[in-house]
Design a binder for this molecule. Structure first.
Ligand code: CP
Length: 306
């Protein structure tokens, strides 16, 4: 693996190797991660052309835990605002001896373009491109599911909400089907569920009640209003009534079901606060596990594994 651009096409062996590598970075209390010298002398450039709280910060922490030097380009204050192209930006940062580019961009495919133009010793990690893919989120979601449920083969996983605009949903579906989840469901209003999902091996539901019944894992997604045109935009109240996960509706799932969300959360829109703050939510564990998973990804693409 030279770049990580998508979970699509990654074999079960590679996915499992990434999860196992991440597990080696996590200490017994599942929180503490020791600093290791695997990327000492390497430079990681975080290029976030779209806003981020979790992904950008955990990539920075992960790179520091690997002893890399980390540079966060402030895109709003960069010369991108003067019209410098993405590829010219990359060429100039490459001249500063970058080893890994972590790229988030609103345009689907932008990290692929970067990967095609960097020198062979430089690695690109997709931190979310448009509605296409968010592979490290997909991987940290798999890490979280494996942590709580141990084995994928008996699991019913429901992905609920605005799947149409969700790069997380796509990355999760590819990883879950490859890792052998028993059933992957997608649940949402007809306007927010893409039509090509049956080809991806998932079952589609258009009511929350049916979609989460007996589920072992529920992954909630926010409405990605920034990617919607007016016709698609449901009102928050209507949406919450039909697809908002409340404690009462959660009782339809398995009693030990876990509730996940990639964040950011919109409380009272796709999920009720009682669920976010309740005992079945593992949303903040997902964030914590993201550090070890991103350490694993960067050490593997750089060829500097433990
Ligand atoms: N899950 C996720 O990508 O969150 P951020 O947009 O805050 O990075």
């Amino acid at each position: 693996l030279i770049h990580l651009l998508s979970t699509e096409g990654l074999s079960k062996d590679i996915l499992t190797h990434i999860l196992d590598t991440a597990a080696n970075f996590v200490s017994v209390n599942d929180r503490e991660i020791k600093k290791v010298p695997l990327l000492r002398g390497k430079s990681v450039f975080n290029l976030f052309f779209e806003n981020s709280t979790r992904t950008r910060t955990t990539f920075e922490i992960a790179a520091k835990r690997l002893s890399a030097d980390v540079f966060n380009l402030d895109i709003a204050r960069s010369s991108a605002s003067k019209g410098e192209s993405l590829l010219d930006t990359i060429a100039n940062l490459s001249a500063m001896a970058a080893d890994i580019f972590v790229v988030r961009h609103s345009e689907s495919g932008a990290p692929y373009l970067v990967a095609q133009h960097v020198a062979p010793h430089v690695h690109v990690v997709n931190a979310g491109d448009g509605r296409h893919a968010h592979p490290t989120q997909g991987l940290l979601d798999m890490y979280t599911i494996r942590h709580y449920k141990k084995d994928f083969s008996n699991l019913r996983v429901a992905i609920v909400g605005d799947v149409l605009h969700s790069r997380v949903a796509r990355s999760d579906i590819h990883a879950l089907t490859t890792l052998g989840a028993a059933e992957v469901r997608v649940v949402g209003p007809r306007t927010l569920v893409p039509s090509d999902l049956a080809q991806m091996g998932v079952r589609v539901f258009h009511t929350l009640e049916e979609g989460i019944r007996d589920a072992d894992v529920i992954i909630m997604l926010r409405l990605q209003n920034e990617r919607m045109t007016g016709a698609l935009l449901p009102s928050s109240q209507e949406y919450f009534k039909a697809f908002g996960l409340t404690a009462e509706k959660l009782r339809l799932a398995q009693p030990d079901a876990i509730v996940m969300h990639p964040g950011p959360i919109n409380r009272g829109v796709e999920i009720d606060s009682e669920v976010v703050d309740g005992p079945q939510a593992v949303i903040l564990s997902q964030v914590s596990f993201g550090i070890a998973v991103r350490m694993a990804v960067m050490s593997i693409v750089a060829g500097n594994e433990a």
